[in-house]
Design a protein around this ligand. Structure first.
Ligand code: GAR
Length: 353
């Protein structure tokens, strides 16, 4: 039976009175797999009762796209309640379970092992701190996710799109535009993995929010370079995820031989200027300082020289009177969000062989 907030508030109070602890976790749980089962067992073992908060059908659709969930909330709840580890199931709307955490005030909050205490959403973290909940990160079963299962099924039936590995160091709005194009059916692709050299980068949080495997790779000692061991690690992770096209979307380090050789002709980058003008950092600001009347963005193949590989396509953006670096960058980004998914689609269709 699906519980109400009132049920769970009462239950928390009762457990508390008996010196026992309520564990809380949340997710979509659309197609249960062994990763879920182990994770829920581990979560249950942390306390005396486990509440699983599942995203409502609308909120799964919002997160994962049309066509999801495969199972309705009541079906997902029924499957979960069939597990020995699950005591209660509740359904919530929206992307985050913050209001449930605030109301139920669980003793322990359990989260999957692809998160760290640092990368939990700040809104949820704040609610947990206020509720006095202890955060526990559980072990991760690599490669096991509903999204990966569906991708494998699509591949079997010949319906899978090109597999992308997205690298980024920033907020990840370009990743979001790729995922949106996949979601609305205009891009037949799958983001197999997202890798960042910045541990708390927004792009990793966005990937996690969409159920995409997200990996932080320590860049090494030097501030502006990527150590050879990190380059090898990135190559390894891309290979393991069976990536076919590597997309640099705000990745601020130079890639070298390990990745470039392994994915020859299959690494592209988006840059916020009309290359070869304004290579490097804050290219939009460089365009403003240079007094350019027209700026824009470029998608190009990646070489080991900064922003220098063969140009695939550019999109112009007019510089307007009174533009600030921020306003110009925002308009360039709008152009990026159209251009990058479009080029990926063309790449998938074999346009650049
Ligand atoms: C984008 O504007 C991208 O063109 C730029 O970083 C931003 C990342 O934004 N890349 C470079 O400057 C590479 N030289 P995002 O994280 O929101 O996608």
């Amino acid at each position: 039976m699906i519980r109400t907030v009132t049920d769970l508030v009462t239950c928390r109070g009762e457990l508390d009175g008996r010196g026992k602890q309520l564990v809380f976790t949340n997710g979509c749980f659309d197609l249960l797999h062994v990763g879920h089962v182990r994770y829920l067992q581990e979560a249950r073992g942390l306390g005396d009762a486990l509440v699983v908060a599942i995203n409502s059908d609308n909120s799964v659709r919002e997160l994962k796209g049309e066509g999801r969930p495969l199972n309705s909330a009541s079906e997902r709840a029924e499957v979960l309640l069939g597990l020995e580890s699950v005591d209660y199931v509740i359904v919530f709307d929206g992307k985050r379970a913050t209001s449930l955490i605030e109301a139920i005030r669980p003793h322990i909050y359990a989260k999957g092992g692809d998160y760290t205490a640092e990368t939990l959403n700040s809104e949820e973290k704040e609610a947990l701190a206020l509720a006095g909940s202890r955060i526990e990160i559980l072990s991760h079963v690599p490669g096991k996710s509903t999204t990966a299962l569906l991708a494998a099924a699509n591949e079997q039936s010949g319906q899978g799109g090109i597999k992308l590995g997205v690298l980024g160091s920033g907020s990840g709005t370009n990743l979001e535009s790729i995922l949106a194009a996949i979601k609305d059916g205009t891009l037949n692709a799958e983001v197999a993995i997202v890798i960042s050299d910045v541990e708390d980068a927004g792009i990793l949080e966005r990937a996690r929010d969409h159920g995409v495997e997200s990996v932080y790779v320590d860049p090494g000692e030097r501030a502006n370079a990527l150590a050879m061991s990190s380059q090898k690690q990135i190559k390894q992770r891309l290979r393991e995820a069976n990536v076919e096209l590597v997309v640099c979307a705000g990745f601020m380090k130079i890639l070298r031989e390990p990745v470039l050789e392994s994915f020859a002709g299959r690494v592209i980058n988006i840059h916020p200027s009309l290359l070869p003008r304004h290579k490097g950092l804050r290219a939009w600001e460089q365009a403003l300082h240079a007094g350019d009347a027209v700026s824009g963005c470029t998608v190009h193949f990646v070489t080991d020289e900064l922003d220098s590989g063969e140009i695939i396509r550019q999109q112009e953006v007019a510089v307007e009177q009174g533009d600030t670096p921020e306003s110009l960058h925002a308009r360039i980004q709008e152009a990026e969000h159209q251009l990058l998914p479009m080029i990926i689609g063309e790449f998938a269709a074999g346009a650049f062989k």
